[in-house]
Ligand binder design. Structure first.
Ligand code: ADP
Length: 588
């Protein structure tokens, strides 16, 4: 009878070994096909591995008549023995607590000694971890065998043996105990199981490594395209896929680059570099020096916004120096180029602006010098000349101050602006600025519109004057036909952001207006509206940049509104009526 049972079990084992061998082969096949598989189908073998494991633990439990069966493998990162899901008769949550040091308890001793063990309920001498587990999982007895991997030589002699984990079976059915026969069966099974697990583990590691690499490449801000020597794409990161409009979910790997990269300039660069790579590989070109010279190309996005990219090319070789492909790295240098362009424009604008006040100064000084005996010009004439010189010296001074402030803001941001805080009666300041500005125009009517009439705001008197001068001066400058310039000041109720209430100030004109595309950009450094009417008024594009920073220094915001070109504009700012007690900027 007992012999019959054993024979039956042996048959089971053989069947199981066959299943394992099949799966092992499948695993190998999948691994072999890996280079051509896509990122998405890489997850398939992992779930297949789970299926293998499920069948393995289930059949093993059946063979030794155990209620529960689980495999533990050594975690490379923590060095612990960790149970793998799925297990048999042990749910996911319970599997999660199966985790011990590789020298702890029964699992640890079987793992380290590489010898199987049968055991019964733990006693006081057992490891705490074991006792905990036994209690939690309701375990009575068990048998544990090491998961061994053996490497054999041509004569089938074992030359190397590594333990990768342990296999546990718990609770012999029908209240029985595990016996040596169970150990023998399990040892036989575990050898094959170990090979499958080691294989799957290795495969999983490769998959994980590959996924890590893909994620790393995708998180780069540069675009990256790897083209193999047959002109097919073998890698394209997220940034590059977005640049060349590759549809989401489409796998570009293996596709000829010309089918995907329709952008002519880029396709030309890739063609040229691939030809160079081919001649380097064939030994007809000296070196890859040419590839090191970056190319440049520009591309439009879906919103027709132009981007400039610098393209670096590298020939990629494997360890044996055989060519793998050519990598193209696309760096967005749009901002860099724009800054360069703006700098050049700015230098020429500033030089022109500096020269503008110099011309009348020089002219009137010359005129005065030409009349040393004061015979030609009357006192009134002279006073007028001095007045013009004085005004232009002021203009020059303001321009230089603005430039200095810009450089300070560049260095330290708005926080770099030094403030002499004081409670200021706003109306007085506005009236005085308006009076100065009225002296500069006879085409415009300046109206001061306050509600309430008296507004006290915490600010720096010089800075608020600077803001007002900028706004009102622009309103006049960009309303060449004249018209009304209204300075509107209102007090707004406290809100969560500004618990002491705010000042809303707007300067409204009836001038050239602002095209919609510029509404968000005005206030950025050196931005001027590219339109002959605006440009002919002269200017540097730093006035509003300074205003924006000064307003931000108050903890406020500025913004323009306009119905469009020719429809006038209103420039607003909103600042708190009082400043918070301690300025966090100053604490730093
Ligand atoms: P600047 O006047 O020296 O060019 P600003 O920074 O003061 O520099 O202004 C930036 C640009 O904003 C101006 O070039 C002009 O095109 C536009 N702008 C400013 N104020 C007005 C306004 N009141 N109406 C129309 N456009 C304006």
């Amino acid at each position: 009878m007992a012999n019959d049972n054993v024979a039956q079990l042996e048959k089971h084992v053989e069947e199981l070994e066959k299943v394992i061998a099949d799966l092992k082969q499948k695993n190998l096949d999948l691994e072999r096909s890996r280079p051509s598989s896509t990122q998405d189908d890489l997850s398939v073998p992992i779930s297949e591995f789970e299926e293998t494991l499920r069948r393995l633990v289930q059949r093993t439990a059946m063979i030794v008549q155990a209620e529960k069966c689980v495999i533990m493998v050594k975690d490379r990162e923590t060095g612990e023995l960790v149970a793998r899901s799925p297990a048999f008769g042990i749910d996911e949550a319970e599997v999660a607590i199966f985790r011990v040091g590789s020298e702890t308890g029964i699992s640890g001793s079987v793992y380290t000694a590489g010898e199987p063990a049968i055991f019964h309920s733990p006693d006081a001498t057992s490891a705490v971890q074991d006792r905990g587990l036994y209690q939690q999982l309701n375990l009575r007895n068990g048998v544990t065998v090491p998961l061994l991997i053996e490497r054999r030589d041509d004569q089938n002699h074992v030359v190397d043996r590594v333990t990768i984990g342990v296999l546990h079976c718990f609770n012999k059915r029908y209240g029985g105990e595990f016996i040596d026969e169970d150990v023998r069966l399990l040892e036989r099974l575990s050898r094959n199981a170990a090979a499958v697990i080691a294989n799957a583990q290795m495969f999983q590691e490769v998959v994980e490594e590959r996924q890590k690499l893909v994620h790393t490449l995708d998180s780069l801000t540069s675009g990256l395209v790897l083209v193999n020597s047959h002109g097919r794409i073998s890698q394209m990161n997220a940034q590059a896929r977005a640049m060349f409009g590759v549809k989401e979910g489409f796998n570009p790997n293996g596709v000829p680059f010309e089918e995907l990269i329709k952008h002519e300039q880029t396709a030309d660069i890739i063609r040229k570099k691939l030809a160079e790579a081919a001649s380097v590989a064939a030994g007809t070109a000296e070196d890859d020096h040419a590839a090191k010279r970056p190319d440049e190309m520009s591309i439009l996005d879906e919103q027709d916004q132009s981007y400039i990219y610098q393209v670096h090319t590298t020939y990629v070789h494997d360890d044996q120096n055989a060519p793998i492909g050519t990598a193209f790295i696309f760096n967005d240098i749009t901002d860099l180029r724009n800054v360069e362009r703006m700098k050049t424009e700015f230098v020429s604008i500033v030089s022109h602006e500096l020269r503008t006040p110099l011309t009348p100064m020089k002219g009137f000084v010359r005129t005065l010098l030409d009349d040393p005996t004061e015979d030609i010009y009357t006192v009134d004439d002279r006073m007028e000349f001095y007045g013009i010189i004085d005004e232009n010296v002021d203009r020059l001074g303001r321009l230089i101050d603005d430039l200095l402030n810009v450089s300070r803001i560049e260095k330290m941001g708005a926080a770099g602006i030094e403030m002499n805080w004081a409670k200021v009666e706003l109306r007085k300041v506005v009236e005085s600025v308006a009076a100065t500005q009225r002296g500069r125009t006879d085409k415009h009517t300046l109206i001061v519109d306050f509600d309430p009439e008296e507004i006290v705001v915490e600010t720096d008197p010089d800075k608020i004057q600077n803001i007002l001068h900028n706004y009102i001066n622009n309103a006049i400058k960009y309303s060449p036909e004249g018209g009304e310039v209204r300075i509107i000041a209102r007090v707004e109720a406290p809100c969560e952001q500004y618990p002491t209430g705010t000042l809303l100030l707007g300067v409204k004109d009836q001038g050239l207006g602002i095209p919609e595309t510029y509404l968000k950009k005005l206030g950025e450094k050196f931005v001027r509206i590219k339109d002959p009417a605006h440009q002919s008024a002269g200017g540097t594009g730093i006035g509003l940049y300074l205003v924006k920073n000064l307003v931000e220094r108050h903890g406020g915001i500025m913004w323009p509104e306009s119905e469009g070109p020719g429809k006038g504009s209103t420039f607003y700012f909103r600042i708190p009526l009082t400043q918070p007690p301690s300025d966090p900027d100053e604490e730093n």
